[in-house]
Design a protein around this ligand. Structure first.
Ligand SMILES: NC(=O)c1ccc[n+]([C@@H]2O[C@H](COP(=O)([O-])OP(=O)(O)OC[C@H]3O[C@@H](n4cnc5c(N)ncnc54)[C@H](O)[C@@H]3O)[C@@H](O)[C@H]2O)c1
Length: 340
């Protein structure tokens, strides 16, 4: 298959491209290489993808004409859309970046998919859409109408926008709610990299809500496995959908939503301890109050995913953090790494 992959220079996009290429797909990568974090890291990922079967175009999804040209030229069978402005905290500082990439950019992706009649659009949503929900684990059938960050609001908007295209144009779309993804080649704005950098330098780390938080940490290889399996199963209308009692997880349009998480909530302090162990060092913890926009716990119900693809993330945190730490120490050790 020929897969058009947006956000291919990003953390998850890089690994998705590796997986698709390894199984013999052609990958048409698209990314604007923006400066939200170290462009050198994005370029290093891209360099590793250079091989027959992979093409790359630098461009912005919010540039509708450029995106449409790229889609016409590449004529993909299916699309994985991972390009987005990510990050909960940054959405408090720069909401415009989220409107640009997540709302305008996503609109152009939908339009381009419609124009090219692609067989399946798979796109990244986030566990952040569960917002202020308290019922754990988070299920796709729960209402997600109470986002607590602008980032979450734009991702929830993507799910709704996708539904409208699935309904009106019968475009098969599947939204994936990723739960805190970690692994080698990760994002410098996320806690594994931020904490590792501080731990290695012996600097204190900021622990919010006095450590009373938990996250469902998902190893990147598991995210990729689930994403690619989903790609191969274009969303279909749900014959059991009942418009009289609408299930938020389903539809009579070819539209689906899945949680992709490790179905385990790990306490923040336990996670930091495991990371310290993997790095072989400890550091001081600075206990601070909760940050606005953050949620206290995330925890994925993965039954729908398991039913759909016969796979759920299982990598234990200690194993994933060990692999992350090995990469981090060698990458940062080169001097060009995060904080190095
Ligand atoms: N990493 C996580 O824990 C996590 C959790 C939930 C959801 N997600 C979502 O998964 C997707 C991938 O996340 P990631 O962690 O790999 O992030 P990332 O920032 O590493 O990757 C996103 C890539 O998209 C590119 N990009 C951003 N805006 C663009 C635009 N307008 N046009 C073209 N390219 C653009 C960036 O340059 C970057 O390379 C995102 O949609 C993110 O919101 C990630």
């Amino acid at each position: 298959m020929k897969i058009l992959l947006t956000g291919c220079a990003g953390f998850i996009g890089y690994f998705v491209a590796e997986k698709l290429l390894a199984r013999g797909d052609l990958v048409s990568g698209f990314d604007n290489l923006n400066e939200y974090y170290d462009v050198g890291l994005k370029q290093a990922r891209l360099k590793r993808l250079e091989r027959p079967g992979f093409t790359f175009e630098q461009g912005d999804c919010a540039d509708g004409a450029a995106l449409s040209r790229f889609f016409r030229r590449e004529a993909p069978d299916a699309v994985i859309h991972l390009a987005a402005q990510a990050g909960v905290r940054y959405s408090l500082q720069n909401p415009g970046a989220y409107v640009h990439s997540n709302l305008l950019g996503f609109t152009h992706v939908l339009e381009a998919c419609r124009e090219q009649a692609v067989k399946h659009l798979v796109y990244a949503s986030t566990s952040s859409v569960y917002g202020g929900n308290r019922k754990l684990p988070f299920s796709e059938s729960d209402s997600v109408d109470h986002p607590v960050s602008f980032y979450a609001a734009t991702k929830k908007a993507n799910e709704l926008m996708a539904h409208s295209y699935s309904h009106v144009y019968r475009l098969p779309t599947t939204g994936l709610r990723f739960f805190t993804v970690y692994g080698p080649w990760g994002r410098p704005d996320m806690s594994p990299m931020l904490f590792a950098s501080a731990i290695v330098k012996g600097e204190p780390i900021n622990v919010f809500n006095y450590g009373d938080m938990s996250r469902d940490f998902t190893y990147v290889d598991d995210i990729v496995e689930a994403t690619v399996r989903i790609l191969d199963r274009p969303a279909q209308p749900d014959p059991e959908y009942d418009a009289g009692h609408p299930n938020p997880a389903s539809s009579d349009a070819p539209w689906r939503i899945y949680n992709i998480g490790n179905h385990a909530a790990v306490g923040l302090l336990e996670y930091i301890e495991a990371l310290e162990q993997a790095l072989g060092r400890t550091t001081e913890k600075r206990l601070l109050p909760m940050q606005v926009g953050d949620v206290r716990s995330t925890y994925a119900d993965t039954q729908l995913l398991e039913k759909a693809i016969g796979f759920i993330p299982e990598t234990p945190l200690s194993v994933g953090l060990e692999r992350f730490a090995q990469w981090y120490l060698s990458y940062a050790g080169q001097g060009s790494g995060p904080g190095g």
